[in-house]
Write a new protein. Sequence first.
Length: 283
Amino acid sequence: MHIPRIFVLFCVQLVLALALPSLAGAGLPRAASVPGGVALVYLGPVSARLPRAWLGEQQVLVAAEGGQWVAVVGLALDTHPGAHELRVDEAGVTRSVRFSVKPKDYPEQRITLKDNSKVQLSTSDLERVEGEIATIQRLKRHWREADDTDTGFLLPTTGRLTGRFGLRRFFNGEARAPHAGFDIAAARGTPVRANAHGIVLAADDYFFNGRSVFVDHGNGLISLYCHLERIDVQPGEPVSKGQRIGLSGMSGRATGPHLHWSVVLNGAMVDPELFVAAPGKSR
């Protein structure tokens, strides 16, 4: 009996898709090819070898989804709208794959701080902040190969959403960097849990972020939990999805107790809500 070649190819691709690990354990994040969002760039049918992809010099996560290789690309808030391209290496063959980024306008948020020293920094505080910024930039670019990256996140705590991602912020009337995460108004001492399994990359006390924990989920996907009252984990410690990593508070620059939650993808701070399947049901 003659079996059509196209049917054979389909079966091979299906077997490969089932046999190879999908790096997105609970489905890919929602696509939003805008500054601060996530672009899903399809690279072609699943083959026996995982392709590698880079945006500029930063490697990006590649997952198997629906029989296709998909690059899951984080777009920084300062990404220019228009055409962009990935450099893709598959079995030693390099090619470029183009994708587009659309513009997006974010609203403004004006915050008044009673402690003006958190806005107008002293020389010593400025030196500390500059050192911490360099450390955080290095942590954001961290890369660890993994075959079990889970991009289906849990909300890390309970409470009212008080500050959305991307807000253009003004502290005491002075423009500052956009809000690169979102805030959950959790009472002091509320448990904060890992949104997915991973390894604690860093746990420290920062001038602006206060007591903070970075969790590395593999392949350039990192979550950050800020303004904690207490940290319950140590760098290098593996954590499971939903495990308590600390308690919410208002350490660092904060106007009240809350959790600031950020997600980093290939070095870019992106909207955490894109990784939560149904965020409205859990708030």
